[in-house]
Design a protein around this ligand. Sequence first.
Ligand SMILES: *Cc1c(COP(=O)(O)O)cnc(C)c1O
Length: 323
Amino acid sequence: MHLPDMNLLQYSEVEKAAQRLHGVAHRTPVLTSRTADQAAGAQLFFKCENLQRMGAFKFRGAYNALAKFSAEERRAGVLTYSSGNHAQAIALSASLLGMGSTIIMPHDAPELKVAATKGYGGAVISYNRYTEDREEIGRRLARERGMTLIPPYDHPDVICGQGTAAKELFDEVGQLDVLLVCLGGGGLLAGSALAAAALSPSCRVIGVEPEAGDDGLQSLRAGRVVHIAVPDTIADGAKVTHLGEHNFAVILRHVDDIVTVSDAQLVATMKFFAERMKMVVEPTGCLAAAAALHHVLPLEGKRVGILISGGNVDLAAFAKLVG
Ligand SMILES: *Cc1c(COP(=O)(O)O)cnc(C)c1O
């Protein structure tokens, strides 16, 4: 008999997360495009988390984690570090749940994301991502202030919250042959892989990361978490140096492969979304679609799910990239 690994996250936790998020998170639309299908030679289903509250799937994981806080934890508030969307997700979720939030953000984070985080009520602390260790700063502040640290991806409740996007996709379109998911620290990929394993067991789950930061691919090959330097890419949501431990355990078990795309392919995909599908998608949000539209892996004739992860890009930066 095949016994479940009790240390590994279970799909039932994704279902519980979906219940917590019901009526709070948007059930985002699944869009299709004949032009995209022709370009890819496959049937593509785009799950549009760029249209999620605060503009990215990160709201799901953050809200799920904070909704589980005890009364005492709520009183002390939440602390996190993030280069952007998780910061906004925590700030918004905390204010919805009536608690305070403190966010440690890199000094060079996109201005739009810093402003939005403050706008949602988060207190922002800056650090230098090239010389300081945000995890160390986070642990110290959590200890000093008694706040609960919710990291951007390496946390069971965050992973299971992120998995609700793929759950909704399968619930809506049924079985898929392939699911393409962008990969930074692995919150969305691990959560999506749990959903796929339960709801569409024969679906191949593929992570897509930027060419400049292929630590996920290296890790999958090596069978352990490989650390790299901060990657130089326009995909700012994937500028991470290593996968999370909780994430990697799920990825090793349920993810079939990891592929990479170039910044030029991301720019071409941003243009495609703007021109043909009338959508603003941030560079990191284009990773999965770029792999399909640029034939990075064989998809001929297949039913393919694509997670568009976010749409938070400064309009001036957007115009410069696609202009
Ligand atoms: C955080 C983020 C990612 C990467 O997600 P992980 O869970 O860290 O792998 C991708 N796209 C966007 C828009 C993000 O905000």
